[in-house]
Write a protein that binds this ligand. Structure first.
Ligand code: EPZ
Length: 421
């Protein structure tokens, strides 16, 4: 497996461009199944999960073309299968998002039951319960979810027991072609949901009140073709800004959207960073100072995003004072702690809270990536630490960060990718 080898100790200084959002691009790619007509998508990030999703759509018979600046054209009229194969679903849980569109458009869908992953069991009960409320018949047989509907799905009033990004997305897409109106209460409000809704409406859907916790979707008979550009990746943005805070440096992220990560910017300001911003850029300047420790409790949007807590745990690891990081969304999302402690951090996990006592410095070491955001945290730690850090199993990183070593080298990181022997 490839490794990222990092010589730490350099302050990061410079500019990094932000790619399109992975967590907006994935549901939007699946939403193209809702129409037979041509859909053109731009600003897609070049990531493993995007490649997997394109392969999955191809396996269903969808026609896809990609031009030289990663603009993708999708035509689902050629679809000739409704089964998402296990070998693709097992590599990407978000494949479950094929359920809603296929059921809505074709009345049937078979998806291999997505397993859990490092960060938690990640059930899909809310996806299935919502689809059943809309008239789908669902059975689980030999590891596959088999869903059917006689005629069109029916609009329904759905109250989500838990705020779920994926379930909200699946049900929004299912409701787009349903007969009548669907109201989803306790819906997720993440910017990626808003991006999906905007794209669906550009294709003729009628989604209202997106960004609030009560979504209304008026079903339509047919959707059209259209074009859409994916929003910037707010987690990639926050990751690079956290790297500047941890190394005492200054990074300006461009092609970014400051309005999509306000909770993260507020917490970074609490570390003592100076943050300036414009319509499409954000700069964090630490002015060489050591960060101050902060307390974080993750929550659904607009709260502090769970996808950013591992990266901020590294800022706390080298901060002045002690900070508490409480994870409330997933049951096992402090995976980076034991690796950080091997680098000299002083972190104790008590239940779902990591108590981080800042140390003067971290020491480079060989470490193992476990999940996407924990891997990003280890890369930040490697850039902070003195000496060499080798981050193994970086396929986790390639799922969510486009050209990470090229982008970090632009701001002075000494980082290189070493292919496995
Ligand atoms: C999305 O995952 C993101 N992935 C995750 O980002 C992100 O961490 C998560 O939302 C929370 O913001 C994509 O968008 C592809 P959820 P998702 O359903 O939709 C429970 C990354 O690093 N739940 O909002 O799978 C679940 O167990 C990834 O980019 C149920 O109980 O997350 C969790 O505790 C990691 N039943 C909570 O809801 C269900 O049917 C939130 O999960 C569904 C979810």
């Amino acid at each position: 497996m490839d490794k990222l080898v990092i010589q730490g100790g350099a302050r990061l200084e410079g500019e990094i461009w932000i790619s399109g959002s992975k967590n907006a691009a994935l549901p939007i790619l699946f939403a193209t199944l809702l129409t037979d007509q041509k859909v053109t998508l731009s600003n897609l990030p070049h990531l493993q999960d995007i490649t997997t999703t394109i392969a999955l759509l191809g396996a269903l018979g969808v026609t896809i073309s990609i031009d030289d600046n990663m603009q993708i054209t999708v035509e689902s009229g050629s679809l000739n299968a409704v089964t998402a194969p296990y070998d693709l679903v097992k590599t990407m849980r978000a494949s479950i998002l094929v359920l809603g569109p296929l059921l809505a458009k074709y009345g049937e869908a078979n998806v291999s039951f997505p397993g859990g992953c490092a960060i938690g069991s990640r059930p899909v009960d809310l996806h299935l319960k919502g689809l059943e409320a809309m008239g789908a018949e669902i059975e689980v047989d030999q590891g596959y979810i088999k869903a059917r509907t006689n005629g069109r799905l029916k609009g329904a009033n759905i109250l989500m027991d838990v705020v779920s990004v994926g379930a909200t997305e699946n049900l929004m897409m299912a409701a787009a072609l349903a007969e009548g109106t669907t109201v989803i209460q306790n819906a997720a409000r993440e910017p990626e949901i808003v991006d999906l809704a905007r794209c669906m409406n550009a294709l003729g859907a009628k989604v209202e009140d997106f960004g609030s916790n009560t979504l209304t979707i008026h079903g339509v008979e047919k959707m059209t073709g259209g074009e859409y550009s994916i929003m910037p990746d707010r987690i990639e943005t926050g990751t690079f800004l956290a790297a500047a805070a941890a190394t005492g440096g200054r990074i300006k992220t461009t092609k970014a959207d400051p309005t999509s990560l306000e909770a993260v910017l507020l917490k970074l300001k609490e570390t003592g960073a100076e943050i300036t911003q414009g319509d499409d850029w954000i700069q964090l300047d630490m002015k060489g100072k050591r960060p101050k420790a902060i307390n974080i409790k993750t929550a659904p949007y607009p709260g502090f995003p769970t996808d950013m807590q591992a990266q901020l745990s590294v800022v706390n690891a080298v901060a002045e004072g002690t900070g508490r990081i409480t994870e409330t969304i997933f049951e096992n999302r402090h995976m980076q702690v034991q690796e950080l402690n091997r680098m000299g951090a002083n972190i104790a996990v008590e239940g779902n809270t990591a108590v981080v006592t800042g140390v003067d410095k971290l020491n480079g070491a060989p470490v193992m990536a476990s999940d996407l955001r924990a891997s990003a945290a280890l890369v930040i730690a490697g850039m902070v630490a003195s000496g060499e850090t080798a981050v193994d199993r970086i396929y986790h990183i390639d799922r969510g960060y486009e050209c990470i070593e090229e982008k970090l080298r632009q701001v002075g990181a000494r980082i290189r990718r070493v292919p496995s022997k």
